[in-house]
Ligand binder design. Structure first.
Ligand code: ATP
Length: 275
């Protein structure tokens, strides 16, 4: 049996409200993500998806519970060790969060310069590799304002990958993008997952986004996991689901796996034509 790459071990998170009350945003979540997974978190607005995702790299500290990533318990680390451990966890956001006054090159180089330990030549080589990976090799000197939304998100992905993380966290990465740009970006994320073996955890309220790329999904309701299941396993997809979102995702999964099978046949035909 494989050890999961990520384990959220009975984590809870409460926010203090202005009226003195408390809001339970994440309730006793136990979640395991295996190496190589593209794991989706779906739920209605306010369900707690983003808060849960931010527990994965301790952008939010849980009130109780533990977080393990790649063999380290993040919740037991000093601030300094946590900073080091976070180099292994990239993150991208809905609004891209790029440095507006820095070029594409400098945005991607930023985390490498902050952490130190690399020569300027090594940084240049690494930044160029990451930008090639997201097909933005020709845009190094551009500023974010000169890019489309899809291009900005690709810069954010290159920046997140610069330190060579094992995990990429994606918080609504396509919500600001149109349908066609979304499809292209999802293809890039899938490619990164396969080629670099980067494990991806993605939050979205868009069923089609998760149905398109995830092999496993969890439905979040009121801060808790209502259900989770594999989308790449026909038997799992066929099991009765507890939630409406789960049922819709399962239907999407069944349809995608039919499409994937025919795509595999096409790929096999193409490969056969070249050997
Ligand atoms: N810093 C905070 N202080 C107080 N309440 C918060 C804070 N952050 C989040 N919340 C509350 O926690 C709940 C869950 O928020 P969260 O952003 O995790 O939900 P979500 O499922 O990602 O929603 P959306 O899809 O709308 O982004 C919401 O009711 C939100 O108002």
């Amino acid at each position: 049996m494989t050890t999961p790459l990520i384990r959220i071990d009975h984590a809870s998170k409460t926010f203090a409200l202005p009226d003195g009350g408390q809001f339970h945003a994440v309730r006793d979540v136990f979640l395991e993500v295996n190496q190589g997974d593209i794991f989706g978190l779906i739920g209605k607005s306010g369900a707690g998806k983003s808060t849960l995702l931010r527990l994965f790299n301790l952008l939010e500290q849980p009130d109780s519970g533990r977080v393990f990533v790649d063999g380290r318990e993040l919740t037991a680390l000093s601030k300094r060790d946590l900073r080091d451990a976070r180099r292994n966890i990239g993150m991208i956001f809905q609004q891209f969060n790029l440095l507006q006054n820095a070029t594409v090159f400098d945005n991607v180089a930023f985390p490498l310069r902050i952490h130190g330990g690399m020569t300027p030549e090594q940084i240049t080589a690494r930044v160029n590799d990451c930008l090639e990976l997201v097909e933005l090799g020709g845009k190094t000197a551009s500023y974010p304002a000169q890019l489309s939304g899809g291009q900005k998100q690709r810069v954010a992905i290159a920046r997140a990958l610069a330190s060579g993380p094992a995990v990429l966290l994606c918080d609504e990465p396509t919500s600001a993008l149109d349908a066609e740009t979304t499809r292209a970006l999802l293809a890039t994320l899938r490619d990164i997952n396969r080629r670099l073996n980067v494990t991806i955890v993605i939050v979205s309220h868009e069923l089609s986004v998760l149905g398109e790329i995830c092999n496993r999904v969890a439905v979040i309701e009121d801060g808790a996991i209502a259900e989770q299941f594999a989308l790449d396993d026909a038997a799992g997809v066929a099991e009765p689901r507890k939630t409406a979102l789960g049922r819709e995702l399962a239907q999407h999964g069944a349809a995608s796996s039919l499409a994937a099978n025919s795509a595999n046949i096409n790929t096999a035909n193409t490969e056969a034509a070249y050997v």
